[in-house]
Design a protein around this ligand. Sequence first.
Ligand SMILES: Cc1cc2nc3c(=O)[nH]c(=O)nc-3n(C[C@H](O)[C@H](O)[C@H](O)COP(=O)(O)OP(=O)(O)OC[C@H]3O[C@@H](n4cnc5c(N)ncnc54)[C@H](O)[C@@H]3O)c2cc1C
Length: 373
Amino acid sequence: MSSPDEIIDIDIAIIGGGSAGMALATKIDGVSTKIFEPKTVAERDCSWALWAHPSQLNELRPAIRGSWDQWRLIDYDSEVFHHSHAYRYTSLSAAKYLQHCETMLKKPDMMVRASVENIFFEGGGARFSANGQNYCAQTIYDSRPPVSKSDSLRQHFMGWEVMLKEPIDDASVVTLMDFRVDQSRGLHFIYVLPYSDRHLLIESTMISAQLEDKDWYRDAIKKWLTDRKLEVESQLSEEYGVIPMDTVEPQNSKVNNIGAAGGAVRLSSGYAFSTIQAQMSLLAASITQGDREVERPFSKGLMFLDKVFNRALSAQVDQGVSLFMATAKALNADQFSQFMLGKAGLVAWARVILAMPKWAFIKSALRQLFSHD
Ligand SMILES: Cc1cc2nc3c(=O)[nH]c(=O)nc-3n(C[C@H](O)[C@H](O)[C@H](O)COP(=O)(O)OP(=O)(O)OC[C@H]3O[C@@H](n4cnc5c(N)ncnc54)[C@H](O)[C@@H]3O)c2cc1C
């Protein structure tokens, strides 16, 4: 045990043991590394969902809560139903995933259960303290949550995990977006993961700049249940989240930022898990080669198209439902999965663009082109 006055020299310090920090920590080998995280895994539990390729499912198995090859989007006029042969929409327990990562660490003492404080950044590294102990790291990978503008477009949601009194008809289909809800405050939908025919995760999700009072989302979930004559036997948990849909500022832009702080959250959808996994695998491989730079998670082209999509959404919130429905209708299940993963090819993008209201898309594209954003 070192005395608090002593400085512990480490090669790599990862600040934050969330999705990005833990994924990186499990993959780094042969370099003295510590990862700093104050919260327990149970304190950070929520559902993280992704479109998983079969090869990923085995790796993620200890954390999987449910996995489906069918999903749908629905509004008052139509339903888009997708059945994929290549991808499974998969829900992970964040706590189980993080716990699994901890067991995969090359050395258990890599994990320091403490907050990083008093940080003095120098070059790509820093001096800092954690739990009263001083550290000096050559390289910092910072995953502390980024700061987002309070007036920008955000995805904000409340989720209830419930046990129903009676089973639903079909637990084999995920409802990604059910738009048959109050649209007066912004783009609003209900998201449903049927873990079994009685055990559901139901989220009221809004895409808007303005956050709502928490009871607003709760009332929306209750109304959705009542409209479908579904009665709750017990409520198992509640989760609340806000995901920025605009470019974010990391807490310190001079160091290497990873995960959400490194811009890995897809601007048009809020999905980030798969991108973070890929970004951390690449980074771990580079570190082994002696290169410590973090690659940009998305191409400039994809960022541009996502910003155009979000501009069109912000300018015409009343068209939001048709924008999402048109995107889903334009693609088959596998193209849609790739699109959501940020891996869509030109054909899929062309289909999406052609399906959108032309004038709204052109206006947003021109505005984005001439903005400095
Ligand atoms: C409620 C919610 C649900 C989401 N659901 C999905 C989903 O279904 N699918 C998807 O793809 N994406 C989802 N996302 C988006 C994204 O995948 C997550 O935000 C993901 O956790 C980002 O990973 P990260 O490592 O960048 O940040 P985090 O997982 O937030 O990790 C950052 C960590 O830094 C720690 N920290 C903060 N300050 C300090 C400090 N001073 N010292 C040390 N540690 C510190 C925090 O405790 C935290 O654990 C969701 C986001 C939220 C908020």
